[in-house]
Design a protein around this ligand. Structure first.
Ligand code: TXA
Ligand code: MG
Length: 330
């Protein structure tokens, strides 16, 4: 299969930009498109065969449900039930935006493989003109996980999608770099108080300002992973990633130690470390691109410099811990 890329650029509001994508999606195919968080790999959420193409393309485990994207709160309300006042309030306060709400799915709506046969669904309205234009035109709910090979860093550029999906999917809509760079906050509205299953740009504080107490899943004892996706390896480049404290003397020692064994070391940090073989930027926006650059440069080991006292539930820290599988350099 040849993978075509359409550069959206100045044609965000032009009909022709979306004709092909809409046709592919309506016929059960898969299309990659930008959102404000990361690129998504979309398919018709009501069509099980279409959805299975997403799982195949990504090599994603079947027990990890997908997020459904719709164009508005009104559309979302067609597909869910038992929606609490708090959930409605979140929709008004944060949609379109980087907040996925876990709600009871209306029976018979979604293909079983979208929700991994759970009776709940993760749903959001993305805040990106290309995503919104596409969703408005296609008029079906679109299941879309991040458009990367399972386990790899999520794509923040169309080039990242092409790298992972070339020859596997027919079409990528290229809307440039995504603004946020980390996936949406996933908030389970079926628990009371609601629980953040995956931290994102929309913080616990922001949510609490709107709906009162919200818990972080990591603070709840003995809980089995409720967002099934959180138990898998994520965001990992080929080379092992180690977290390291933001102490220049320690970092310089670590660089030297790795290089002494003939290995190429990359440092991910705000400040530059010219002693390292490579230095890449570390921020929410830059993280996934930096991790992918480590692969391109065939780095042997990655040191990710983390702030001394990261806040609980910080999205960047959450992704770093996953990329490093919680390993610290010592
Ligand atoms: O920013 C984002 O959310 C991006 C863009 C493309 O919208 N999408 C994304 O999807 O990150 P994905 O599939 O890579 O992540 C979905 C996360 C997983 O952790 C999954 O386990 C959780 O949401 N999830 C989905 N449905 C769920 C459900 N019914 N109950 C609990 N967790 C769910
Ligand atoms: Mg993902």
């Amino acid at each position: 299969m040849e993978t075509q890329t359409i550069l959206v650029d100045r044609n965000v509001n032009k009909e022709e930009t979306y004709t092909q994508a809409v046709e592919i999606l309506k016929n059960g195919g898969v299309v990659a498109f930008p959102t404000e968080t990361v690129y998504g790999l979309g398919a018709d959420a009501t069509n099980g065969e279409a959805v299975s193409r997403i799982f195949e393309a990504k090599g994603r485990p079947a027990d990890n449900p997908l997020i459904v994207h719709v164009d508005s709160k009104e559309s979302a309300l067609h597909y869910v039930q038992n929606v609490s006042d708090k959930a409605l309030h979140c929709m008004d306060a944060f949609w379109p935006g980087a907040l996925t709400l876990i709600l009871k799915a209306a029976p018979g709506t979604f293909a079983g493989n979208v929700t991994a046969d759970l009776d709940t669904v993760g749903i959001r309205v993305p805040d990106h003109p290309v995503a919104l234009n596409l969703l408005k035109r296609v008029e079906i709910p679109i299941a879309a996980p991040s458009a990367n090979i399972s386990g790899k860093p999520s794509p923040t550029l169309a080039e990242h999608v092409f790298h992972d999906m070339d020859g596997i999917i027919p079409l990528i809509l290229d809307g440039g770099a995504t603004e946020i760079g980390l996936e949406s906050t996933v908030l389970d509205m079926t628990s009371e108080p609601p629980v953040i299953l995956r931290p994102g740009k929309i913080s616990k504080q922001q949510l609490e300002a709107e709906i009162g107490t919200v818990h972080l899943s990591t603070e709840i004892k003995n809980n089995a992973p409720k967002a099934p996706g959180m138990k898998y390896i994520h965001y990992a480049p080929e080379a092992p990633v180690y977290l390291i404290e933001d102490k220049p003397a320690l970092i310089l020692k670590a660089i030297e130690h790795v290089q002494r064994s003939g290995k190429k070391v990359a440092v991910l940090s705000k400040e530059s470390y010219p002693q390292a073989d490579f230095h890449f930027a570390l921020s929410g926006e830059a993280l996934y691109d930096s991790l992918r650059k480590c692969d391109l440069m065939k780095v042997d080991l990655v040191l990710a410099v983390v702030p001394l006292n990261p806040e609980k539930g910080d999205a960047l820290m959450n992704r770093l811990e996953k990329a490093a599988d919680h390993k610290w350099f010592s």
